[in-house]
Design a protein around this ligand. Structure first.
Ligand code: SAM
Length: 234
């Protein structure tokens, strides 16, 4: 009897702590997050209700964080209450799923420098989600958003710039807490089209070693061609 109660408790704890889910749809297990804004779609993703809870399917062809999970991401530091600095919000596909995960007590400071894209981001994501703070700024100038917040648990960078690793490091130095996680999307073609993708990833990873423990490098094929995700700890 005692054992049974113990097992039940452990299971429900696991469910409470779950950040993302696997939902059976059209005969396949699909990645999904619990919708923070029920009824609201961001990129025409499927909404599925199970046991009165609404989930949004998370498309790995549209989000490199989802592609990383599909390709074996080992550390997933986004949880209830996590604080995130996200550089390169674009129209908010990935930000919206992180917003689902971190919930009402978490927060995402989402930086985007292109004003037209940022307008779409406001209309689709930031306008509906209280845990997303949009910042229309250039990630090259992290001091410009200095007054906005203290240290964060995770810095996520997807800005597709040739000097993105240097930009990302400067942001981590200012805003990432010690022991925090760093996710860097490397678009190999935006760094140097003449070099082999693997060599480019190795060179960018090398720049991180002085300040970070590099935990994992994930090739995002077939979801994204010529992209890799690097996960490191500060
Ligand atoms: N992370 C997004 C997602 O998964 O939904 C996609 C990001 S998209 C590949 C890159 C974005 O970074 C673009 O919207 C671009 O305008 C933005 N960006 C590029 N350079 C930037 C900079 N220096 N500061 C802020 N945003 C930048």
């Amino acid at each position: 009897m005692k054992d049974l109660i113990q097992i039940k408790r452990e299971r429900s704890l696991e469910e409470d702590n779950q950040s993302y889910f696997w939902i059976k749809f059209e005969g396949r297990e699909n990645l999904a997050t619990e919708n923070f804004v029920p009824g609201n779609q961001v990129y025409k993703e499927k909404l599925i209700i199970k046991k009165s809870i609404e989930y949004r399917l998370w498309d790995a062809f549209r989000s490199k964080l989802a592609a990383s999970i599909m390709n074996g991401l080992e550390d997933f530091p986004f949880k209830n209450k996590t604080k995130v600095l996200y550089l390169g919000a674009s129209t908010g596909t990935t930000v919206s799923h992180i917003s689902d995960i971190v919930g009402p007590s978490g927060i995402i400071f989402a930086v985007e420098h292109a004003s037209r894209v940022a307008r779409d981001f406001l209309d689709r994501v930031a306008g509906f989600r209280k845990n997303v703070i949009p910042i229309l700024q250039d990630a090259r100038k992290p001091k410009e958003y200095f007054s906005m917040f203290g240290k964060v648990d995770v810095v996520y960078v997807d800005i597709a710039q040739p000097d993105q690793t240097e930009i990302a490091i400067r942001n981590c130095e200012m805003y990432l807490k010690k022991g925090g996680y760093f996710f860097l999307v490397i678009k190999t073609r935006s760094i140097d089209v003449t070099k082999a993708p693997k060599r480019i990833v190795d060179e960018e990873v090398e720049k991180l070693r002085e300040k970070f423990d590099v935990l994992q490098t994930i090739d995002l094929h077939p979801y994204d061609k010529d992209h890799a995700m690097v996960i490191a700890k500060y």
